[in-house]
Design a binder for this molecule. Structure first.
Ligand code: PGA
Length: 251
């Protein structure tokens, strides 16, 4: 297993000043203790975050990426531009984008490939809705979402990537999956990846969905949970850092 990883997804929050302040507070109070930490601000705050975090061991990333390389795509931001802004990660296929912006499995796979192509580490988000869970098809939904990416980039394309299991019903609801529910899906994802190639055994599997300081430790002790993708709780330095520290139990 690799280093535990905790990524903050700031979503569409904050000003330039508050982004810089949040990033520098995290930087000032963080001692790495073997855990990798990253934050994903809105695009327009990437440079403020770069100024705050440059030279530290905390990285930053983007919440999305264009599926195209360059050209006449008004409003889009390419993977190469993100790499230029010092990004290490790009989140792809977040459920808010799948649901609110209609991103299909194929579009997500194209974004994944674009991110890889520019040297970014894609964080592929997968997860079922409440209806899908109630219908008992959770595992087949996440399987379909991963398979779309495998079909596009092959097993080698997933080597070194990150997969985040984020049940849609747990995002921003305060209702996290139980550690057992999360572990079940993570174990399935691990099996799926290893079946595609044994080299994918080390792919980092993050859990996301109402992770907070109070429930982080019980999630991180699960054998297949390698870290977390944190939304709301990443907007407060203290709370986010407490989650990052909890991940040190996996070191
Ligand atoms: P949440 O969001 O922690 O606010 O539930 C997680 C995410 O959407 O990545």
């Amino acid at each position: 297993m690799g280093r535990p990883l905790v990524v903050g997804n700031w979503k569409m929050n904050g000003s330039r000043d508050s982004a810089a302040l949040l990033a520098s507070s995290v930087r000032q109070q963080w001692q790495s203790c073997g855990v990798e930490v990253s934050v994903c601000p809105p695009y327009v705050h990437l440079f403020a975050v770069e100024s705050a975090l440059g030279g530290s061991d905390i990285s930053w990333g983007a919440q999305d990426v264009a599926e195209w390389r360059e050209g006449a795509y008004t409003g889009e931001v390419s993977a190469q531009m993100l790499a230029d802004a010092g990004c290490r990660f790009a989140i792809v296929g977040h459920s808010e984008r799948r649901q609110l912006l209609g991103e299909s499995d194929e579009v997500v796979a194209a974004k994944f490939e674009a991110a890889r192509g520019a040297g970014l580490v894609p964080i592929l988000c997968v997860g079922e809705t409440l209806e899908e869970r109630d219908a008992g098809i959770t595992l087949s939904v996440v399987e379909r979402q991963v398979q779309a990416v495998l079909s596009r980039v092959g097993a080698a394309g997933l080597d070194g990537a990150v997969v985040a299991y984020e049940p849609v019903w747990a995002i921003g609801t305060g209702r996290s999956a139980t550690p057992a529910q999360a572990q079940e899906v993570h174990a399935h994802l691990r099996k799926l990846l290893v079946a595609a190639s044994p080299a994918l055994a080390g792919v980092s599997l993050l859990y996301g969905g109402s992770v907070k300081a109070a429930n982080a430790a019980e999630l991180f002790v699960q054998p297949d949970i390698d870290g977390a993708l944190v939304g709301g709780a990443s907007l407060q330095a203290e709370e986010f850092l407490a989650i990052c520290r909890a991940a040190a139990c996996r070191v």
